[in-house]
Design a protein around this ligand. Structure first.
Ligand SMILES: [Zn+2]
Ligand SMILES: [Zn+2]
Length: 414
């Protein structure tokens, strides 16, 4: 005797009880859907009714079925609706999901509890699978369970389909050549994005940003909904990002086109002279956390003005004295309103100086992530110690600050 038949005989009371509820063959079979392989719930139901009738139990299905209300008659319609939506979007794979009427889910739970079959499959799982089986011929893309790019969610009440499209993530490096744009969209302080007199109706504090210069192009190319920018740290608005640039990940939500041409994106974004982008490549969602979690050392170039003439040798001496020095930095006055007031220990790796005028010199310096460079130079009224001004004996102020490099090695990709 095969496994299925013997299992039903062992659970004959549950099978009889469920059949007497008037379940259709498919629903009756589904109540034992995890028993046996190489069959369908419909065939399981037919076999259960045969086993019951051999024992003189005659319990025909009701019409409509009290559980599924014959919803499976509409599989073609559901599959058509899903295919229409999915085919409108570019993806390498898809998955079908269903939203089952709450009353049907409640009835299913009640039947299982009252009759106690122990190996039932849910109606939701069967709908997902059966709609998928029909839809795959109309969609011509493989089904992906783990990381589907598109999920078509079928609401069985109205044969209504909503799409859940996974975002795309594009990594690269950016340079910022303007001291007037921020890294990311900066919503207006007054209206928080709605548009007001202060922001001239734009809803933001700055007309554009490193994010928008590339994000707007990527959004247009991918027919996406919104862009998000994840930088590996950020520089001040008035600082440029030079050298090899800063690593970032651009996220595009609900892209209707995924395989966009990154060379074209790079070219179009680089038409702006405010920022530049390079080394664009697609990455997985995990890259965002990796980028956000790294705090690499950075190299800066600062143009410094001293309050008085400086001696070239002395400036060089002071610069060299900061090789591998740890400093205490109390939260700078300028960011005090948004950061906790703490004293942080930061490392200065090395400093090089070049005097360019009587009271002007350039410092190139490598520091641990999170070091406030302007305050290291000025001393921030004693809040950073030791600091460059005290060591030189002349008060110095950073006039311009540029980031020369972010010392981050992209993990090798295979
Ligand atoms: Zn049914
Ligand atoms: Zn505003």
């Amino acid at each position: 005797m095969d496994e299925f038949r013997s299992n039903i005989i062992d659970n004959i009371d549950a099978a009889a009880g469920l059949a007497r509820e008037g379940l259709c063959d498919r629903c009756l079979g589904r109540m034992f859907g995890k028993v046996g392989t190489g069959t369908t719930n419909n065939l399981r139901g037919i076999e259960i009714r045969e086993i019951l009738s051999e024992r003189g139990i005659d319990a025909p299905p009701a019409d409509p079925c009290p559980l599924c209300e014959n919803v499976f008659d509409l599989l073609d319609r559901f599959a058509d609706a899903a295919a229409e939506k999915v085919n409108d979007v570019e993806s390498d794979n898809f998955l079908i999901g269903t939203r089952v009427e709450p009353e049907i889910a409640a009835k299913e739970k009640d039947l299982v509890e009252r009759h106690g079959p122990t190996s039932s499959e849910s109606i939701k799982a069967e709908l997902n699978r059966e709609i998928g089986k029909v839809a795959i011929h109309k969609i011509n893309r493989p089904v992906e369970f783990k990381n589907p790019q598109v999920v078509a969610c079928v609401d069985t009440r109205f044969a209504d389909v909503s799409l859940d499209i996974a975002p795309i993530f594009i990594a690269g490096r950016y340079n910022k050549f303007s001291r007037e744009i921020p890294q990311t969209i900066w919503p207006c302080r007054e209206c928080h994005g709605k548009g007001c007199a202060r922001c001239g109706g734009q809803g933001k504090m700055y007309s554009t940003s490193v994010q928008e210069v590339i994000g707007d192009v990527a959004l247009e190319m991918s027919h996406g909904e919104e862009h998000f920018f994840h930088g590996m740290g950020r520089e001040d608005i008035d600082a440029c990002m030079l050298g090899d640039g800063r690593p970032f990940v651009l996220e595009i939500s609900k892209p209707r086109k995924r395989g966009i041409d990154l060379d074209e994106l790079e070219k179009r974004a680089n038409a702006s002279d405010l920022a530049a982008y390079s080394a664009l490549h697609f990455v997985s969602r995990e890259a965002v956390q990796i980028y956000k979690g790294s705090d690499p050392d950075k190299t800066y170039k600062a143009r410094v003005r001293a309050q008085g003439k400086v001696n070239k040798e002395r400036v060089n001496e002071v610069a060299l004295s900061f090789k591998n020095v740890q400093i205490d930095q109390r939260t700078p006055q300028r960011v005090e309103h948004r950061r906790a007031d703490l004293v942080r220990k930061r490392g200065i790796r090395w400093v090089k100086a070049e005097v360019v005028g009587d009271d002007v010199f350039d410092l190139t310096l490598s520091t641990e992530s999170g070091t406030y460079v302007k305050e290291f130079v000025s001393g921030d009224e004693g809040r950073t110690s030791p600091n460059f001004s005290d060591a030189l004996g002349v008060r110095c102020v950073v006039e311009t600050l540029d980031v020369l490099s972010i010392d981050y090695q992209e993990p090798t990709r295979d």
